[in-house]
Design a protein around this ligand. Structure first.
Ligand code: NAG
Ligand code: NAG
Ligand code: NAG
Ligand code: NAG
Ligand code: NAG
Ligand code: CU
Length: 809
């Protein structure tokens, strides 16, 4: 099998900018030796410390000094992972072999997906199956072999007596005599195992193509009306006369016994999501026989017409109006400079940057996708369904989290129209990992970041997106700790201690249709870590109906209303705080009226105190109002020097919300994971995922029901898993145009050591200052630990963006 490499260069700009060089006069890059006394800035010779390595471009130019180039682009120093990455994706060779094995199996009777019709059996996708933790732990402890990899494969079976979608596990890999294809049932609790009824399964291009003739016939019948009413016509997606785009959201079924399709029309073009039109065509399209597909009705002007005849009659009576004309030109909705908005003073200057000018301070094992940073270590994995996943997260050699992964990116909309009222998205349905792509260096991630590709499989081919994940250490803009000790001397203080604040971030952006979700895992120097998600990209908006009075969102364009919706990002954090046996300690601030003997004048007076308890059983739960409950994952068997249980606190961050609708028919039983802020369960190999990728179409008969995880098992001194939700109530606004802003659309959570250590883990950091006034002279003495400011020239290069595809032939 040979690999054919197709390289599409999007842009290859070789411009080089020299952005930092010693200025005339005071030299900010001046040699900063161990003790620097206050006084006139000493004119010492520029040091040649930290010559550029790897990417070294020789000498900087254009300034008096003769500086080496900073190591901004240097590769992260190599390291060797202590263990093989047993969580990593299956290899391209494994994928191809699994593909061949499936197609060689006569009982599966598979058709080439590119030629498939509704009544064929064909592969939907192949991905990596999670590796059972029970098998991994002995390997990590050195008492067992590395567990083998397994693939998971979803097969659409339109060709069997009761058509469905069926999932299989294939392994062990690599494919050999032991390899078996077996039903993948054990991860699903809905009652049908890996089988999804045909009417609930993913609505792929084959199903879409099968319903297109009905849609085209309805829309052709009313083309004269749509031209007047919404300014366009639809004769089919590939018909040259067509001037509209059609789109369908999810869910498309309630319990898998039928399929309905709610078609919405928009103006085509890059800003299509912002140019919705006031027409919906509702189709019933159950089963594999298109002769059973029927029109359910048309909706416009917020009125429902069961038949084309009734629709036409209303139009001919002059009852249907176009109140607002939707924009057809996309210019106003593009993320590009808008000169009409004017300019801002000093905007022509190069913006501040975060650069790893001292050379990278993290190590990377490229083969095992293993990172070490300032005491932290972890492995990366990736799947087409869930994107980037982290495993075996340790700090200073002790385990903190076994698995940290996104489980679902859900959204639910509201509105008085068939589309906005009925839309619930589960982005794993769309294989959100496959939407993780190109990051623009210097903008999406700092210049000089480490960029990694992602690979997934499309049929028997591998698809690679280069520059899809970035890793970088950045200045967080605050010291992590500092104190100025008050002085009884003439200088006002005795000392100032301040510790440089930086953090390592692993970032990816998945553009799932309209939205660009940015996923960050951030590691702080003192042992805490944060998970952030931000959203940018286009609103899924609605046609503007003034009669609603803004209750589903404001008008944001002539004919466009921002639709109210919730975003809920569900994560799994399998904590293993110094081992697998953990408990969840809840410390609640309670108010008590009590007396203290030495305040007889007060009698009984109010105080707060902690009511400390251990949560007993699996449950979903919420953050307390006013932050009144602290949740800590503790190890009861491990105490710190002070006798306290060692733990990690789950610290609320920004916008820690859960899904608002609790009883909506569109999210009733297939989205329970989104309906609480937090949840805790016992780890089980058959409960690796909160959701299933085809659940969204089964709101009343889910394939996977997260609620079934909660069967009153004890969580005391057990291997517990925390689930948490990040997100936002998307309170849409004019400033969502052209796209939602990452600054505001941001949610986060933190995990911070809580008596995990005997003291804060900042004492061993050397990038700090300890400033003491000399007792005699008052001159300030700075302790710098010999870490010198690099005296080098920063040369930044415009990134070369590319989309690479590797196709096996
Ligand atoms: C295999 O599938 C095709 C349709 O793709 C069908 O016509 C044929 O009857 C099937 N063969 C068997 C043995 O089921
Ligand atoms: C699905 O829902 C329909 C309509 O409510 C009902 O008639 C049918 O029994 C349900 N089927 C299943 C399998 O739940
Ligand atoms: C404390 O006593 C005051 C006065 O009687 C009462 O209003 C308050 O509710 C009490 N607080 C608590 C926590 O019991
Ligand atoms: C302390 O917490 C426990 C467990 O939640 C609860 O049963 C008890 O009532 C609380 N006590 C006070 C004083 O709030
Ligand atoms: C993982 O564990 C489950 C539950 O014990 C078991 O059914 C399944 O076969 C295991 N998977 C693999 C790949 O060994
Ligand atoms: Cu939104």
């Amino acid at each position: 099998m040979s690999l054919k490499r197709i390289l599409v260069a999007l842009a290859a700009m070789a411009a080089t900018q020299v952005v930092a060089a010693p200025a005339n006069g005071f030299d900010p890059l001046e040699d900063f030796t161990t003790i620097h006394k206050r006084g006139p800035p000493g004119k010492s010779n520029p040091s040649k410390g930290n010559p550029g390595k790897g990417h070294g471009k020789g000498h900087g130019h254009g300034h008096d000094g003769d500086y080496e180039t900073c190591d901004t682009y240097g590769a992260a120093p190599a390291t060797k992972a202590p263990k093989a990455n047993v969580w990593g994706p299956i290899t391209p060779a494994d994928n191809a072999a699994v593909w061949d094995l499936l197609h060689a199996d006569a009982s599966l009777n598979l058709t080439d997906p590119s030629k498939a019709v509704l009544t064929d059996n064909y592969v939907f996708w192949i991905d990596t199956l999670h590796t059972n933790k029970t098998d991994v732990l002995p390997y990590l402890e050195g008492t067992g072999e590395a567990p083998p990899k397994y693939a998971r494969a979803i097969i659409f079976r339109g060709g069997i007596a009761e058509p469905d979608s069926m999932e299989f596990m294939v392994g062990p890999l690599p494919v050999g005599p032991e390899t078996k294809i077996s039903p993948l049932d054990y991860i699903y609790n809905g009652g049908r195992g890996g089988s999804v009824p045909f009417n609930g399964r993913y609505f792929d291009s084959v199903r879409s193509a099968a319903t297109e003739p009905l849609l085209v016939s309805v829309m052709s019948d009313v083309a004269d009306i749509t031209e007047q009413l919404i300014g366009g016509v639809f004769y089919g997606g590939s018909d040259k006369r067509t001037t509209l785009t059609s789109t369908t959201g999810t869910p498309m079924s309630y319990n898998g016994t039928t399929t309905y399709r709610t078609v919405m029309f928009r103006n085509p073009g890059p800003a299509t999501y912002l140019t919705p039109l006031d027409l919906f065509v509702l189709l019933d399209c159950p089963g594999t026989d298109p002769s059973h597909f029927k029109l359910k009705g048309l909706v416009t002007n917020q009125r429902f017409f069961p038949t084309v005849a009734e629709f036409r009659a209303a139009y001919e009576k002059g009852e249907l109006k176009r109140e607002f004309v939707q924009e057809r030109e996309p210019e106003w909705a593009l993320v590009k400079n808008t000169p009409e908005m004017g300019t801002r003073a000093l905007e022509e200057r190069f913006a501040p940057q975060t650069l790893e000018i001292g050379g990278k301070r993290y190590k990377f094992d490229e083969a095992e996708k293993y990172v070490e940073y300032m005491g932290w270590s972890f492995y990366l994995s990736f799947t087409r369904t869930l994107g980037v996943m982290l495993y075996d997260i340790k700090f200073k050699g002790e385990s903190v989290i076994y698995e940290l992964s996104l489980q679902e990116a859900a959204a639910q909309y509201a509105g008085h129209s068939p589309k906005s009222a009925a839309t619930v998205y589960h982005d794993t349905y769309y294989s959100l990992g496959t939407d993780v792509a190109t990051l623009v260096e210097g903008f999406d991630c700092p210049y000089g970041s480490t960029f990694l590709p992602i690979t997934y499989y499309s049929g028997n081919k591998q698809v690679t997106h280069p520059n899809a994940i970035c890793i970088f250490e950045a200045d967080i803009g605050i010291p992590i700790s500092r104190h100025r000790t008050g002085g009884n001397n003439d200088y006002g203080f005795q000392n100032i201690g301040t510790v440089k604040g930086t953090a390592l971030t692993v970032r990816s952006i998945a553009t799932i249709g309209n939205y660009d979700y940015m996923f960050d895992y951030q590691f702080h120097l003192e042992g805490s870590m944060e998970v952030h998600v931000r959203a940018s990209g286009y609103l899924q908006s609605s046609y503007y109906y003034p009669a609603e009075g803004g209750k589903f969102g404001p008008r944001v364009q002539v004919a466009t209303e921002g639709s109210l919706h919730d975003h809920i990002l569900t994560y799994k954090a399998d904590f293993d705080v110094v081992g697998t046996k953990n408990s969840l300690e809840v410390s609640e601030i309670v108010l008590v009226n009590q007396t203290q003997e030495w305040y007889p004048e007060l009698g009984s007076f109010e105080q707060m105190q902690l009511n400390i308890s251990t949560m007993q059983t699996e449950q979903q739960f919420n953050w307390a109002p006013n932050g009144g409950k602290m949740f800590c994952v503790v190890n009861e068997n491990e105490k710190n020097r002070w006798g306290e249980k060692r733990g990690y606190r789950i610290v609320p961050g920004k916008s820690n919300i859960h899904l608002s609708p609790m009883n909506s028919p569109f999210s009733k039983h297939q989205s329970p994971f989104a309906k609480s802020h937090l949840a805790v369960t016992v780890q089980h190999d058959n409960e690796p995922y909160a959701n299933s990728v085809q659940n969204v179409n089964l709101p009343s008969a889910p394939q996977q029901d997260f609620l079934k995880f909660f069967d009153d098992e004890s969580i005391v001194n057990e291997d517990i898993v925390m689930w948490f939700n990040l997100g936002m109530h998307h309170f849409t606004r004019a400033e969502d145009i052209p796209v939602t802003l990452y600054t505001d659309a941001h949610s986060s959570i933190m995990f911070a050591p809580q008596n995990f250590f005997d003291r804060a883990q900042d004492g061993d950091l050397q990038n700090r200052r300890w400033v003491v006034p000399d007792a005699e002279t008052g001159e300030l003495e700075y302790e710098t630990h010999g870490i010198e400011m690099p005296t080098c020239a920063v040369e930044l290069t415009e990134p070369v963006l590319s989309i690479e595809k590797f196709t096996s032939v």
